[in-house]
Design a binder for this molecule. Structure first.
Ligand SMILES: *[C@@H]1O[C@H](CO)[C@@H](O)[C@H](O)[C@H]1NC(C)=O
Length: 508
């Protein structure tokens, strides 16, 4: 699946209505700051969350009530939430590198700020900022252990002997690196470790789901602890939504989707499939998905639309999709087999593709999902490939120039191919973030395609092929005909962002 960043949508969502903002209504717990007040305020408060916004920005308006609610809750913890109107405070916003709205940043004094790393939901803001306000590792003892476990779905406690400096150091450094994501505690009380049924040193992850508690007593290096934590903290059958989507996409293991329209159905499937998920824990993640809200996502997995319940597996790292036959009933036994076959590499991925063209009509070679490997990868040619979308205006204005470019190489088809693919109608292995995207796959180095970032003129594209292709072919020298026409100064290299047709990516 092509992945589009949420920023893209925040630009699209920019409706031009300026509502009478609730700017500094006396009730608000969100303080509005300006160039004159900002620095002093963050100097006086150890920890501040700041929102940089524009009054016309739709996503900012959507965030406002949640931000307000979080501010009210966090007030009692002495963590102020503030906001800055970037249409009035341009310079201040620029000085913090704000380039989209809303931008949320965590300040520890005016010099130290970093991006807010949670999602834009009330609970997430509260949980994230609470973690920020605590030491990376809190001291846990018999009296406070139960209380310590309550504030978050997941807490992690290290049980380490007081003289075990090495383990203490490893655990503390891990906790510091993950403080944005988890709440950490540590105890050197041998009796407490015993009461929890673990030996020292051990790490225990307490969770309010599945088996409630997972114990780690393996090697105490960052990578090993992180790998264990990632697996132990992921529910056997989770829920896919805007808050969890990027985490699952980044998990590095395949994702199994269960689409169902009602909460009861989803719960039932989750119960049925939990044993399968447990069997393959760490190899594949399972999620349910509200088909009423996110049913359109089925299309991205090459499932037929509107036929629910449905099941599919996606190998996120390769963008390979394995839709489960929608004419079959979804039951745990069959799904168990299906999952195993996919993991064992016994199932071919489904490839969305237009039909392979019988003949190539114009000078530009048409690539589709089914001949991608053959035309682009499995050959000894320099292949320039444009990924386009039918709705993209920049792609349309490029089209005649691209044809002209392709014609220049008509005499050297064994060396240079100029090709295009409709990336909305065909699966492509690459992650495309805007249209058009142009890449050169040089002969002999197909696994290292070169992104084209120049202006969209025939001349510059010719130079690009000459400089980056294996054969160094100069297209203009090849034909020497009407090279003057290649002049074009108006093209800009900015890529267009996807519109509503791709909206599902952003909703998730
Ligand atoms: C780990 O070391 C720190 C610093 O020396 C100490 O304050 C803390 O109590 C130790 N933790 C445990 C669990 O022993």
């Amino acid at each position: 699946m092509r992945s589009f960043t949420p920023l893209v949508l925040s630009l699209l969502g920019a409706a031009a209505t300026v509502s009478a903002t609730e700017a500094n209504s006396a009730e608000s717990n969100v303080l509005s700051l300006t160039q004159d007040t900002f620095n002093d305020f963050v100097k006086e408060h150890d920890l501040v969350l700041a929102e940089f916004y524009a009054p016309w920005c739709g996503h900012c308006k959507a965030l406002a009530p949640k931000y307000e609610e979080a501010a009210t809750e966090l007030k009692s913890k002495n963590i102020p939430l503030v906001k800055v109107d970037c249409t009035a405070e341009e310079e201040l916003c620029r000085s913090f590198g704000v380039d989209g709205y809303p931008t949320l940043k965590v300040f520890r004094g005016p010099e130290s700020h970093k991006p807010y790393g949670g999602s834009r939901q009330t609970d997430s803001i509260i949980s994230y900022m609470t973690k920020q306000s605590m030491p990376a590792v809190s001291t846990v003892n018999e009296e406070n252990l139960e209380e310590f476990k309550t504030p978050d779905k997941i807490v992690i406690v290290g049980y380490i002997a007081s003289d075990d400096k090495a383990s203490n150091k490893s655990f503390t450094s891990f906790a510091e690196s993950q403080r944005d994501n988890f709440l950490f505690g540590a105890s050197n009380d041998a009796a407490l470790a015993k009461a929890e049924g673990v030996k020292q040193p051990s790490i225990v992850l307490y969770k309010d789901f599945d088996e409630k508690k997972a114990v780690y007593d393996g090697k105490l290096d960052d990578a090993s602890i992180l790998a264990w934590t990632t697996t132990a903290s992921t529910p056997l059958v989770g829920e896919l939504g805007p808050e969890t989507y990027s985490k699952y996409m980044a998990a590095g293991i395949p994702l199994a989707y269960i689409f169902a329209e009602t909460a009861e159905e989803r719960e039932k499937f989750a119960d049925d499939f939990r044993p399968i998920a447990e069997k393959h824990r760490g190899e594949i993640n399972f999620v349910t998905l509200d088909a009423k809200l996110f049913g359109a996502h089925a299309g991205n997995l090459n499932l037929e639309p509107e036929k629910f319940p449905a099941f599919a597996i996606q190998e996120t790292s390769k963008n390979a999709k394995y839709p489960y036959d929608q004419s079959k009933k979804i039951d745990a036994k069959e799904i168990g087999k299906f999952v195993k076959d996919v993991l064992d590499g016994k199932t071919e991925p489904s490839i969305k593709s237009e039909p392979i063209p019988e003949t190539q009509e114009g000078p530009v070679t048409v690539v589709v999902g089914k001949n991608y490997q053959e035309v682009v990868i499995d050959n000894e040619k320099d292949v320039l490939l444009e990924f386009y979308a039918p709705w993209c205006g920049h792609c349309k204005s490029l089209a005649p120039k691209y044809e002209e470019l392709a014609a220049l190489y008509a005499n050297v088809p064994e060396k240079v191919v100029v090709a295009k693919i409709d990336a909305t109608a065909n699966d492509v292995p690459d992650s495309i973030t805007g249209f058009p995207t142009i890449k050169l796959f040089p002969a002999g180095k197909k696994d290292e395609p070169v992104d084209y970032e120049g202006s969209r003129t025939v001349e510059d594209l010719v130079t690009f092929i000459k400089e980056n292709g294996k054969y160094k072919v100069d297209g203009l020298a090849e034909t020497a005909s009407d090279a003057e026409e290649a002049e074009d100064v108006t093209s800009s290299a900015s890529a267009e962002t996807p519109s509503s047709s791709e909206k599902v990516h952003d909703e998730l």
